[in-house]
Design a protein around this ligand. Structure first.
Ligand SMILES: [Fe+2]
Ligand SMILES: [Fe+2]
Length: 218
């Protein structure tokens, strides 16, 4: 199919799974002790992994426009890390000695790191993962509002979300340009599906193990 038709079907297929993911993230009670700050600390790990992944892919992605997109994303995710760190400081959280990567790479990072082609990376890492981030961040921002933390909600809605939307659009542009063959489209679709499946599993595990829901994304 044409790249336009392919991207439209990929988006449609993702939509239902994304809605389910966001619905599950918003479901259930977040334990009273599990506040905005705890969830922001998990967000630091996501932003760091997104930064590192973009840097890693930047080195061995052949197409210049894809590399520049990754460079932009890498800088944005590092900036998000700093913004969240600043917000945590304002909330009185001491991050001395806190290493978000201490628990090792997430299953999502391990999956994404294994992708070799530009279309798989654009489909999974940008088009899909960034759409997951946008969906989850909105759930998280609503949770911040519920907890009376308008500033964190505004950080997400006004500063972080526009960047994550942009990363998703970067993925769309790359797919429209490079997902030209059936083979490339099949690989891209499979990588995107696996990304959503792993995101769902990780989210459910976080809920079962730590009672965590409403977690923000990258
Ligand atoms: Fe992002
Ligand atoms: Fe981010």
């Amino acid at each position: 199919m044409t790249p336009e038709a392919f991207v439209a079907t990929l988006e449609e297929g993702n939509r239902a799974l994304l809605d389910a993911l966001a619905g599950k993230s918003a479901a259930g009670e977040t334990p009273g002790a599990m506040g905005v700050a705890q969830l922001l600390k998990v967000a630091l790990k996501n932003e760091l992994e997104a930064t590192e992944l973009a840097a890693l892919w930047l080195c061995d992605t052949p197409e210049i426009d894809a590399r520049l997109a990754l460079a932009r994303q890498c800088g944005d995710e590092a900036k998000h890390y700093r913004w969240i760190e600043e917000r945590l400081a304002a909330l009185g959280v001491d991050l001395t000695g806190f290493d978000p990567s201490a628990s090792g790479p997430s299953p999502l990072l391990t999956h994404l790191r294994s992708l070799r082609t530009t279309v798989e990376r654009a489909a999974a890492g940008q088009f899909t993962r960034e759409a997951i981030a946008v969906a989850r961040n909105e759930v998280f921002a609503a949770f911040c509002d519920e907890r009376g933390d308008a500033e964190t909600a505004a950080l997400y809605r006004e500063r972080i979300q526009p960047d994550e939307q942009h990363h998703h659009q970067l993925g769309r542009r790359l797919l429209l340009k490079y997902a030209l063959t059936d083979e490339a489209q099949q690989a891209a679709r499979a990588a995107a599906r696996t990304t959503l499946r792993i995101a769902d599993e990780v989210q459910e595990l976080a809920r079962l193990k730590a009672g965590m829901c409403r977690l923000p994304g990258c």
